[in-house]
Design a protein around this ligand. Structure first.
Ligand code: GLU
Length: 544
């Protein structure tokens, strides 16, 4: 067969491969510097697994004095979504993942373009080259024929796909090929695989260690009928010409590894090292399963921004899961920039990692408790501006007032801090009673008439200018007057003798003012709210 003639017919006006190696020269980096990448498809859905590998790739690149770049794998138009690249970049920016180069990144463009659709000439040149070498061929099988083949293979309990004896178009004669072409039949270009599934290949995975994979024998599609390559082919070309040295990616790509190995070999490219990161699992009752897009909102990175998770907390948790020695380091160095931790691939987990939202929430509480009130204000404000209701946005008009609220709700820095805040959304909801009377979220434990008595007795002696001590003495007096123990010890010694204790009286006041049974110091809350507002809330509570 005259492959050169065939290549010319299939891909006319396609330049030869000469020149690409010099156009995209090896990078001039220090020895040991790693070039890593993130290569998302622009589907608009960016998930925790992406962040996981993003952190690992970013750390390894920057720790080694190398490069992290962003490549957009948009070969599949059906899955493309408008604004997806912006969404990816925003999501990663929130977690402080800094790219040095890539799509819409202000950086060196030697290795551009960064969108696969804009690189068609490179891919086509290499497809043409493979046809010339007899390592790729046109396939005219229709969708119907391929699905019939799949059914037949399933019925025969054979591996499905286009390979060996089933690869019909692999053996077409020159005459048949030209006849099909002359008839205008659509076609794809497939790799002519030389692999044999009987052969096992030893492969060193940077995360999993030495593993054995089966040689590929599938004649995978490399160029689709629209002239755009498949992801497999494009990524091999790109990783080579973007001079990638290391790829950390999700283990769902392990199944494609044999194809990738054969592609690199066939193309004559030195391949990057690969590390396949284990999947994120969730404990769901008794079963441990993979996080699912359908069932688990926490899989999407958008979830963390909408809920207002503190980016550093998420990163701390991710690093805890990614490197087994991180937790210990962090315990010793809680104030240090996370970049100072020495990240190692060897410390990454080899099998499924359990992702636990409760654990993240605990970390978040600790991280938020470490902020200065001004930092907390800025964090809450940024969340509210983007995701808050109009009412919540208005909380930020009077920053002085808000600082008082945060000082109280966070507790004094240096001393033991309260850990009431988990996320920005939850924090803003939690402080809402400082801005307007809120619907009650906790029930009173005393009956209506006793409640009324308590509230009225309190109001009768309430003075805004009372200090905390005088104020509390008045609450005690009210308690005593109404048959509650003014001192806890009296109540404990003889609970039968009282309706309850001063704590029950204070709780009624607390719920009346805030709607909640559990808040920071009530006297301080009343001081912040002011006399008028405090009285108004208590009065209205007497009518509830
Ligand atoms: N485009 C692939 C994805 O969407 C990237 C796979 C890889 O990293 O090689 O996940």
């Amino acid at each position: 067969m005259d492959y050169k003639k065939l290549a010319e017919r299939l891909l006319p006006n396609t330049p030869s491969i000469d020149g690409f190696e010099t156009k995209y020269p090896p990078r001039n980096l220090e020895k040991g510097a790693q070039v890593t990448r993130l290569a998302p498809s622009p589907t608009g859905f960016i998930h925790l697994g992406n962040l996981f590998v993003a952190i690992a790739n970013e750390r390894i690149a920057h720790q080694s004095g190398g490069i992290l770049y962003l490549r957009i794998e948009d070969t599949d138009l059906k899955r493309k979504m408008d604004g997806a690249v912006e969404a990816v970049k925003n999501a990663l920016r929130y977690f402080d993942i800094k790219f040095d180069e890539g799509a819409e990144i202000d950086g060196d463009n030697t290795y551009a373009p960064w969108y696969q659709r804009q690189r068609a000439d490179i891919y086509r040149a290499y497809v043409k080259e493979l046809i010339i070498r007899g390592r790729a061929y046109p396939c005219f099988c229709t969708e119907d024929e391929l699905s019939a083949l799949r059914e037949q293979q399933s019925a025969e309990k054979k591996i499905t796909g286009y390979y060996g004896e089933y690869a019909k178009c692999r053996n077409l004669t020159e005459e048949e090929i030209y006849k099909n072409l002359d008839a205008g039949k659509p076609y794809v270009i497939r790799l002519k695989s030389l692999g044999n599934p009987e052969n096992k290949i030893k492969f060193h995975d940077e995360i999993k260690g030495d593993i054995t994979v089966t040689e590929n024998d599938q004649d995978v599609v490399i160029l689709k009928s629209d002239g755009i390559p498949t992801y497999h082919f494009a990524h091999a070309i790109d990783d080579h010409f973007m001079r990638t040295t290391l790829v950390i990616r999700g283990e769902e790509w392990l199944a494609s590894l044999p194809v990738h190995l054969e592609l690199f070999e066939t193309l004559g490219f030195e391949r990057p090292r690969y590390g396949h990161n284990c999947s994120l699992m969730k404990q769901d009752g008794d079963v441990r399963r993979k996080l699912s897009k359908r069932k688990d909102p926490e899989l999407s990175l958008e979830f963390y921004r909408q809920e207002g998770y503190f980016a550093r907390a998420v990163k701390v948790y991710m690093l805890t899961l990614l490197n087994s020695n991180f937790e210990e380091w962090y315990l010793k160095n809680p104030e240090k920039p996370l970049e100072e931790f020495k990240f190692t691939i060897g410390k990454m987990g080899k099998s499924g990692t359990l992702f636990d939202l409760d654990k993240l929430n605990d970390i978040s509480k600790n991280e938020l408790a470490r902020l200065f009130v001004e930092e907390m204000l800025a964090f809450l404000k940024a969340w509210a501006c983007e995701y808050g209701t109009d009412e919540q946005k208005a909380y930020f008009k009077d920053e002085e007032y808000l600082l008082k609220v945060l000082n109280l709700t966070m507790g004094t820095a240096g001393k033991k801090r309260r850990k009431d805040f988990t996320t920005a959304k939850q924090a803003v909801e939690l402080i809402s009673y400082f801005f307007a009377k809120q619907p009650r979220t906790d029930e009173y434990r005393v009956d209506k008439s006793t409640r009324k008595e308590i509230l009225n007795t309190f109001l009768a002696s309430y003075e805004y200018s009372d200090d905390a001590q005088v104020w509390f003495n008045k609450v005690k007096e009210a308690a005593g007057k109404l048959g509650f123990a003014a001192e806890m010890k009296d109540y404990k010694a003889n609970p039968e003798a009282y309706k309850g204790s001063v704590a029950d009286v204070a709780e009624v006041l607390r719920i009346a003012v805030t709607g909640k049974a559990n808040t920071p110091d009530l006297w301080s809350i009343m001081q912040i709210l002011g006399e008028k507002e405090t009285r108004a809330r208590i009065e209205s509570a007497t009518k509830e």
